[in-house]
Ligand binder design. Sequence first.
Ligand SMILES: [Zn+2]
Length: 144
Amino acid sequence: MTGIHRHADHIMAAIDNDIAAGHIPGRVRTFGDLHDYLDANDYLIDAQVPYDGTPATIDIIVAVQDEVTRRLSAPGRPYCTYGTCSYPRHDHTTTVGGDGEDLQQPAPMRCLHCHQPAHYDEKLHRYRHDDPTAADCFLIHEAS
Ligand SMILES: [Zn+2]
């Protein structure tokens, strides 16, 4: 299993670099989430995870993906929020106040339903809570 961990180390370092570079948001919590933003298979190729189409290599790929997901979803892993996000297609601000009034200055976005910090993901066309473990409200933001 040490090979699995070595591959996962390599991929996590690449993911952290890509978050810092703004290619993916810090909110990703599973290997599958990565596919929302780029071709996550490139991480496997870059980490030289073996693949020849046999069941043995498929097992290795699944194990590496599971290990990456385990690390991404670990409690305490930082997620992006207002002031820390480097993903250019996230908007963690709003110009609409809590009572629906227009703000002069953009302010940190909060969910109008539960008041948790929130953002708009322009790539996914979705408002979401910053905290990836929080279930999203249906009324997260009443965008006009
Ligand atoms: Zn963000």
